[in-house]
Write a protein that binds this ligand. Structure first.
Ligand code: PXL
Length: 266
């Protein structure tokens, strides 16, 4: 199994490509990274340097078409600029075949706040990308942005109804991630065909950098390894719960200690 992972490489934050490469590789899946940007740290830090990779996604598209590459999955995450968003749309047009699973994580914000990549233009590009996806994994903030809904505290029934409205086509699954029910319980809502499933798992009530990226990578890995969508979401949520329970740092910016629970070679 091979996955093209279109994401940034952040020096601190345990997110993006660090999450994709570590998690998918540990699940026996080959990762072919398509770096969109290299950062000293994810953008939640008070100071960081971002080096935009310019036309790297386009270059991968051109070179990999030339060498006849193909992928079982494509996963996309944080997009640093509109230019890269356009290149990602072209890349998916080239490499999403009938049997290629496209997971789009519409990374734009968390806890009701937008990340620094957000603009109205970015929202339009990300909407375009989500239309092509087999699975989208917005958190509640991103679900609100995608649907033009004002962010507030919703009941699970309300989340289900908003999530159903964002579904772009019959075969698309929508997974709304990280809905905090109370300080000990987090919900993930899965919309698949006409069914809505609510899966609950344990948490410590805190939010950490990179959790959505780790969740998306684990979800992709479980799907490619043959799990159905609800089992794959349940496995990904369990992975996050276990990783959070092993996390020492209280500073959300440094992310969760998922490496402690990845299987080792020994
Ligand atoms: O985890 C999402 C993410 C990925 N990449 C970068 C980010 C963020 C969230 O802030 O800043 C660079």
């Amino acid at each position: 199994m091979k996955v093209a992972a279109i994401n940034d490489l952040s020096g601190f934050g345990k997110c993006s490509l660090v999450a994709d490469i570590a998690v998918l590789s540990s699940m026996g899946i080959e990762v072919n990274p398509v770096p969109t940007a290299v950062l000293t740290a994810q953008t939640g830090f008070s100071s960081y340097y971002l080096h935009d990779m310019d036309d790297m996604v386009k270059r991968c598209n051109v070179e990999w078409k030339k060498s006849g590459e193909g992928f079982d999955g494509i996963i996309t995450g944080y997009i640093p600029s509109l230019n890269l968003a356009d290149q990602i749309l072209d890349f998916t047009d080239s490499f999403k075949k009938e049997n290629t699973l496209l997971l789009v994580d519409p990374v734009m914000g968390d806890n009701g706040k937008c990340y620094s990549n957000f603009s109205e233009g970015m929202l339009e590009k990300i909407k375009e990308l989500t239309m092509k996806a087999d699975i989208i994994t917005p958190n509640l903030t991103e679900l609100c942005l995608l649907t033009g809904t004002e962010f507030s505290k919703f009941s699970i029934e309300e989340v289900i109804s908003i999530a159903k409205s964002v579904k772009a086509h019959d075969l698309q699954s929508v997974v709304v991630t990280g809905i905090l029910e109370n300080t000990n319980t987090v919900c993930n809502v899965v919309i698949h065909k006409d069914d809505a499933t609510v899966l609950r798992s344990s948490t410590n009530g805190r939010s950490y950098s990179g959790t959505g990226d780790l969740f998306a990578a684990s979800l992709m890995g479980n799907l490619l390894n043959g799990k159905c969508i609800t089992d794959a979401v349940s496995k990904a949520a369990d992975f996050i719960s276990r990783a959070i329970s092993k996390t020492d740092s209280a500073d959300r910016n440094y992310g969760i200690d998922f490496e402690k629970i990845l299987k080792t070679e020994e």
